[in-house]
Write a protein that binds this ligand. Structure first.
Ligand code: CUA
Length: 337
């Protein structure tokens, strides 16, 4: 009885796992669908085996229980049975073979190398502590944290890391595949529809592993082309964001680029205002909160994401910028559409 509150808490916590944007049980593309099929298929076999084993177990207990008036009677003792041994050796072999065929088939299919595929969109993914860099060699652009792709098209990924091992995982699209320093891994996926999908790092990689979130934004082919064009066009800064731009150049450009292809120690911030999250963890679209969120991040990144390499810039946190100066930088970054 005392366990009831515990179960209630567990049920409540598990209920929170139902987000359709972050669930391998609600696939939104062919790769995730086939991965879900494998899960269901192996689960069915396991359930079947469990049911049969428990049925035999219950039957033996009932059939050979001690009955009234037969207290001292011992049932016939069987030692060694070729028939039984053949049965319980053959059935598991058959089950394992049945399980192996689709598992091996899909494992090879999903690790198929689409790097030479002319119709695919190619993206080089690099994991960093604790953010993701996305380079599009076909278009000579680079972005971070929000992987923009056209819907209904094969996206061919090359996964690597700039530091430790990470793992790329978008539960409703595909994953988990390691992004290692060294050998490149490949993965592909396709999104069925126009949507925003949540991604996570699935390999323990340091203090903010659990906060190494990213998004995949799928859009119509024409919109994707527009996005590419926008990323490649020169950045225009409105007059009221110019002071912020100057402060940014002074304080941030050692690590951050704002250009089509620029790669640095930190994420490229070209088109930053249209990204859904700041550093993967703070809302960057809610008009009422996004400026405060970005201010919080610049002033004290460690407070939001422990272990991040970005130093604090707020004077209260050992940095050299006043609140007003940070607000200017916020204005500049939020002008980068
Ligand atoms: Cu990167 Cu965990």
């Amino acid at each position: 009885m005392r366990l009831i509150p515990l179960f209630a808490v567990m049920a409540f916590l598990l209920a929170g796992c139902g987000s359709d944007k972050l669930s391998a049980l609600q696939p939104q593309g062919p790769v995730a669908r086939e991965q879900l099929f494998l899960m269901k298929f192996s689960l069915s076999i396991m359930v079947l085996v469990t049911i049969v084993v428990f049925a035999i177990y219950v039957w033996v207990i009932v059939r050979y229980r001690q009955r009234k008036g037969q207290e001292n009677k011992i049932p016939k003792q069987v030692e060694g049975s070729h028939v039984l041994e053949i049965i319980w050796t053959t059935i598991p072999i058959i089950l394992l073979l049945v399980l192996a065929v689709p598992t091996v088939y899909y494992t090879f299919k999903h690790s198929a190398d689409h790097r030479a595929d002319k119709n695919a969109i190619h993206v080089k993914v690099t994991g960093h502590q604790f953010w993701w860099q996305f380079e599009y060699p076909d278009f000579n652009i680079a972005t971070a944290q929000n992987l923009v792709v056209p819907a209904n098209k094969t996206i061919a990924l090359e996964l690597a890391s700039a530091d430790v091992s990470h793992a790329f995982w978008v539960p409703s699209l595909a994953g988990k595949v390691d992004a290692n320093p060294g050998p490149v891994n490949v993965l592909y996926f396709q999104a069925d529809k126009i949507d925003m999908f949540q991604g996570r790092c699935a390999e323990l990689c340091g203090a903010s592993h659990a906060l190494m979130n990213f998004t995949v934004q799928s859009m119509a082919e024409a919109d994707f082309q527009k996005w590419v064009d926008k990323m490649k066009s020169p950045v225009t800064v409105p007059a009221d964001a110019k002071p912020g731009e100057a402060l940014f150049k002074e304080n941030c450009m050692a690590c951050h680029q704002v250009s089509a292809q620029g790669l640095g120690v930190g994420p490229n911030l070209n088109g930053f205002a249209s990204r859904p999250y700041i550093a993967g963890v703070l809302d960057n679209q809610d008009a009422a909160k996004k400026d405060d969120n970005l201010h919080k991040w610049i002033a004290d990144p460690q407070g939001q994401k422990p272990g991040t390499k970005m130093p604090a810039f707020g004077q209260n946190f050992g940095g050299n910028l006043t609140d007003d100066q940070i607000n200017q930088i916020v204005k500049y970054l939020h002008s980068l559409n």
